[in-house]
Write a protein that binds this ligand. Structure first.
Ligand SMILES: *[C@@H]1O[C@H](CO)[C@@H](O)[C@H](O)[C@H]1NC(C)=O
Ligand SMILES: *[C@@H]1O[C@H](CO)[C@@H](O)[C@H](O)[C@H]1NC(C)=O
Ligand SMILES: *[C@@H]1O[C@H](CO)[C@@H](O)[C@H](O)[C@H]1NC(C)=O
Ligand SMILES: *[C@@H]1O[C@H](CO)[C@@H](O)[C@H](O)[C@H]1NC(C)=O
Ligand SMILES: *[C@@H]1O[C@H](CO)[C@@H](O)[C@H](O)[C@H]1NC(C)=O
Ligand SMILES: *[C@@H]1O[C@H](CO)[C@@H](O)[C@H](O)[C@H]1NC(C)=O
Ligand SMILES: *[C@@H]1O[C@H](CO)[C@@H](O)[C@H](O)[C@H]1NC(C)=O
Ligand SMILES: *[C@@H]1O[C@H](CO)[C@@H](O)[C@H](O)[C@H]1NC(C)=O
Ligand SMILES: *[C@@H]1O[C@H](CO)[C@@H](O)[C@H](O)[C@H]1NC(C)=O
Length: 891
């Protein structure tokens, strides 16, 4: 049975390594006892070791803890504790202890061979069961499977460029942080071994969702096939958290974030529009772009720099010719004077200077004891190669690294007063295999040409619109690479730990696990090997950068956008999606909502290749409805800022006016996410978990729960299809632009007019949207009078919230959380009013008012300034309070 599974894992029978035909018989429970929160047991290997991809571990410990009513922790580890386990510093576990009788989940097990089942007590529904599947626990290979229902609805398991709902019949998800932008269905930057499973109603029971988080950081393959999920992991232990969720998917996300940490609160300004590119070659280029946005009256909140600004691509430096310190200071000061912001990139690898050069960032780190850089197995410095030439890599486990990183960042920010940090290349990326710079010195001859340079042209047309059929080319390369690895491996098959070539080859898109990154045999302080902690590099850099920014300015919220993420990264940062496709930008944004990193968005208009007017027009409008809104592209590609084409400028102004008018709503959603774990962007099935037609819907999405976006994702289209769930039955939808109720049927997929420059946006009845008139910057917009847009539900009710604070403090002095509630023609504002808000409430628009009111009053006083048209009541000139409760009535 195992041979068959092994064949799947390596894709070709001829690649099955020696010993792989053996069957492994699993484990038996030799002793078990109940504890106050669950169970502990000893497991012994049955029969002879099968040593299929490593050495069988004979004695295991099972520990089961009911941590909360809906969280069950099941850990299976080697009794000797030689296997890597995620240290608390990388995953502070909340713990918890509940007696089994109080829990909603139930753990049951069989003695011989050992298997376990997690079920829901209320209905005996099985959520996860290893019964009937092999269990393998070896030093370099762990394998465990669970059955899944037919055609299971699985979400998560990323980072990946794939549809929102994962294909239950044929998915191979590899988790190994990798610098690769565009391969569909392969492993890329982040590693999130978490999935949500959603089940439709059966009988009279409603829909049910649950979640499974495997707290294992080693490289792994996760397979969905034959009604099962299978984990094949090259190290560590089995460390599962089962999250009971229940009738809504959101409950699962909330329980997951209770475990790994809720998203950090973002600064208010970060919801403005960001412009970036690789290839702004001097300060004048930056200033030109800022000026053009202004003269075209397209809001620009933040200017970004890619690696161009650095002196020869060295971190924390400025190019003395093109980005001289005085000019940069003047540029950033001017941005700040205009209420705008500046964010530069910081790369993962640190330039190693040659003897005749001065580069303190390296010298200071190297002179610390212990040093701040990663090492080779022999204790020498590990030297890879990235943009600047030969480079070293920060060792985040070293106790010296924190001070060194903060000192480096302080020196830099003393020269350039940045508003945030963009962390790139932190898988970490290295362009050669192994410590290729050992014994060599810079300047290195770089083994690549920059995009757009002779011999390395930028493709002429790039970004497929919605190319769902695009699959990575089936690479012969990968197979031959694997064959080579297996040959090498067989030399070391006698039970050794083979750090360089783990016997089981995960389906790393790069082939060799050391390809395009730091080698597995590189070491960290504390005897950690890269083999075990590779997937944490980006997380640790982000965590340190968060602490560093706080150390430099304890009053301002750090704003960090990293590329490589792990469960828990959202506690410190957001993320951007560095890849091609416009359709997959939706699924990427939705995926990261599940991972607790809601501040996310793509390289708008596309990163690689030359964008064009139509694509950029559509994408600038679409991204205006993502939490993180940034335009960015590659060196050498044609410029794609919003002002480059009149039609794109116009489309961008339109969409940005909507976005900026909704800034109070966006910020309220962010605060809610940070406090409660609610997602910011909802997949449709989150809100209609009982509607099976929506389980795979990922071409539309909801901003919060109230705004439905239906973007065009195909070229040359003038219409788009979309659904309006429940319309006319349980829900009422209004068009954003006309403010009229939409007449489409509840279960219809309708064709909407969508000429270029128009993005379909609908408002959901039952919601109250807090708004402000948009101005050029976020700060100016924030000073304008408030408005409420109220979309009444079918029964005339609506509800909404508004969160207010100073927009940037880590611990704001005063905060307001205002509840707006409407029913039977009566609207009340109540709640906490701790923030001293100086703007007034100027205007209220109520949609869905069936008959013309005869009278409108605020706190009992009759109002004169209102109109009624097309079922909309518009009340203006209110001068209403934002600091105390009030009641408005129309009759
Ligand atoms: C494993 O089985 C395959 C066919 O199932 C066979 O071709 C191969 O020789 C076997 N390998 C070993 C080492 O027994
Ligand atoms: C499964 O997916 C892989 C690549 O994603 C593809 O090559 C293969 O043909 C698929 N298998 C089936 C049975 O669809
Ligand atoms: C340092 O020496 C190398 C050759 O060893 C030379 O190419 C480089 O220009 C020198 N750099 C400085 C700053 O003198
Ligand atoms: C920071 O700047 C000071 C003063 O120039 C310098 O002595 C120190 O080496 C710098 N530290 C780093 C890490 O670059
Ligand atoms: C979609 O991608 C496939 C594979 O990369 C390619 O052959 C095809 O031409 C693309 N289709 C479109 C419409 O771009
Ligand atoms: C470490 O791994 C690299 C390949 O990633 C290899 O070239 C090198 O020889 C290894 N070093 C040792 C000491 O095993
Ligand atoms: C609506 O129709 C479009 C076009 O056929 C399709 O792509 C989309 O998935 C459909 N939406 C839903 C929710 O079924
Ligand atoms: C009105 O409808 C909403 C949503 O459908 C529901 O939650 C609420 O209970 C209803 N209120 C009344 C008064 O019927
Ligand atoms: C606001 O209303 C919600 C229900 O919509 C309620 O849970 C919450 O406690 C209220 N908050 C305040 C501050 O009144």
């Amino acid at each position: 049975m195992l041979a068959a599974l092994a064949a799947v894992s390596t894709a070709a029978p001829s690649l099955v390594p020696r010993g792989a035909n053996a069957t492994c018989s699993g484990y038996k429970v030799s002793q078990a006892s109940e504890t106050s929160c669950g169970l502990t047991a000893s497991l012994e290997l049955i029969g002879e070791p099968c040593n299929i991809y490593g050495v069988d571990i004979k004695t295991l410990v099972l520990q089961v803890d009911y941590e909360t009513d809906n969280r069950l922790h099941v850990k299976l580890y080697d009794a000797a504790k030689h296997q890597f386990q995620i240290p608390d510093s990388l995953f502070p576990r909340p713990g918890g202890c509940l007696s089994a009788s109080k829990a909603n989940l139930k753990f049951s097990w069989e003695k011989c061979p050992f298997s376990f089942t997690v079920s829901r007590k209320s209905n005996n529904e099985i959520l996860f069961s290893t019964k009937g599947y092999d269990l393998v626990f070896q030093n370099q290979y762990l394998q465990l499977s669970s059955s899944l229902p037919d055609n299971a609805n699985i979400y998560g398991l990323g980072e990946v460029i794939a549809p929102l709902r994962r294909d239950p019949s044929n998915t191979t998800q590899t988790l190994w942080a990798r610098d690769a932008g565009d391969p569909i269905d392969q492993n890329i930057y982040g590693t999130h071994p978490f999935y949500l499973e959603h089940r439709a109603s059966t009988g009279n029971e409603g829909p049910r969702s649950h979640g499974v988080y495997l707290a294992n950081g080693n490289g792994m393959d996760i397979f969905l096939q034959n009604n099962s999920i299978t984990y094949k992991i090259i190290g560590g232990v089995f460390d599962f958290y089962f999250l009971g969720g229940y009738q809504t998917p959101q409950t699962v996300v909330t329980q997951y974030l209770d475990l790994i940490g809720k998203p950090v609160m973002m600064p208010y300004w970060s919801f403005g529009f960001h412009q970036c590119r690789w290839g702004y070659k001097n300060v004048s280029d930056l200033q030109f772009v800022v000026n053009q946005y202004k003269s075209h009256n397209i809001p620009l909140e933040t200017m970004w720099s890619d690696i161009d600004y650095m002196d020869q691509y060295r971190d924390f430096t400025l190019d003395p010719v093109n980005f001289p310190p005085a000019e940069m200071k003047a540029f950033v000061d001017k941005l700040h004077a205009n209420g705008q912001h500046y964010v530069p990139i910081v790369d993962a690898a640190i330039y190693k200077p040659s003897k005749n050069e001065t580069y303190d960032v390296y010298t200071v780190g190297a002179s610390k004891n212990p040093t701040t850089f990663m090492k080779n197995p022999d204790g020498s410095e590990y030297v890879g190669q990235v943009w600047p030439g030969y480079t070293v890599f920060p060792d985040w486990f070293s106790p010296s690294t924190s001070d060194w990183w903060t000192e480096s960042m302080r020196n830099f920010t003393n020269r350039v007063n940045v508003d945030g940090i963009w962390l790139d290349m932190n898988e970490p990326s290295s362009f050669c295999i192994g410590s290729c710079g050992s014994g060599k010195s810079n300047p290195a001859v770089l083994p690549f040409a920059l995009p757009g340079t002779p011999g390395n042209p930028v493709n002429t047309f790039p970004e497929g619109y919605n190319n769902q059929t695009a699959r990575p080319p089936t690479t012969n390369y990968k197979r031959s690479e694997m064959r080579m690895l297996l040959m090498k491996r067989s030399e070391a098959q006698n039970g050794n730990f083979n750090v360089n070539y783990p016997p089981y080859a995960i389906n790393n898109g790069e082939g060799n696990l050391a390809g395009h990154t730091v080698s597995l045999n590189a070491t960290h302080y504390g005897d950690y090997i890269e083999y075990d902690v590779h997937n944490f590099w980006g997380y640790m850099e982000t965590q340190q950068t968060y602490n560093t920014l706080l150390a430099l300015n304890s009053s301002k919220r750090p704003f960090i956008i990293p590329r490589s993420t792990r469960p828990g990264s959202g506690k410190h940062a957001g993320h951007w999606l560095e890849f091609l496709y416009m359709y997959f930008s939706i699924t990427g944004v939705l995926q990261f909502q599940l991972f607790g990193i809601p501040m996310v968005g793509p390289d708008t208009c596309g990163f690689n290749g030359n964008s064009d007017e139509e694509l950029c027009n559509r994408w600038m409008q679409l991204s205006a409805f993502y939490p993180f809104y940034r335009n960015h592209n590659v060196l050498g590609a044609l410029p794609q800022e919003a002002f480059r084409w009149p039609s794109v400028a116009e489309a961008s102004r339109k969409a940005m006016a909507i976005r900026y008018s909704l800034l109070p709503y966006w910020y309220t959603l962010m605060e809610d996410a940070s406090r409660t774990g609610n997602v910011v962007i909802n997949p449709l099935f989150f809100e209609w978990p009982d509607d099976q037609s929506l389980f795979a819907a990922d071409r539309q999405f909801l901003v919060g729960k109230a705004i439905l976006v239906t973007p065009v994702l195909e070229p040359s289209a003038t219409t788009v299809n979309g659904v309006f769930p429940g319309n006319g039955k349980t829900e009422k939808w209004y068009d954003w632009y006309t403010q009229k109720a939409l007449g489409y049927g509840a279960d219809k997929n309708v064709t909407l007019s969508a000429p270029l420059g128009h993005i379909n946006v609908a408002i959901r009845g039952g919601y109250i949207l807090p708004m402000q008139q948009p101005s050029y910057t976020v700060a100016e917009s924030r000073k304008n009078p408030f408005e409420l847009l109220i979309a009444l539900s079918m029964n005339g009710t609506a509800q909404g919230n508004l969160y207010l604070d100073d927009g940037e403090s880590v611990n704001p002095q005063g905060t307001s959380l205002i509840n707006y509630t409407m029913a039977n023609g009566k609207l009340t504002a109540s709640g906490n009013f701790g923030y001293h808000e100086t703007s007034k409430l100027d205007k209220i628009t109520i949609l869905g008012v069936d008959t013309r009111p005869s009278k409108v009053t605020l706190n009992g006083q009759k109002l004169q300034s209102w109109t009624y048209n097309n079922s909309a009541l518009n009340i203006s000139g209110l001068n209403g309070s934002m600091t105390e409760s009030w009641t408005l009535v129309y009759q």
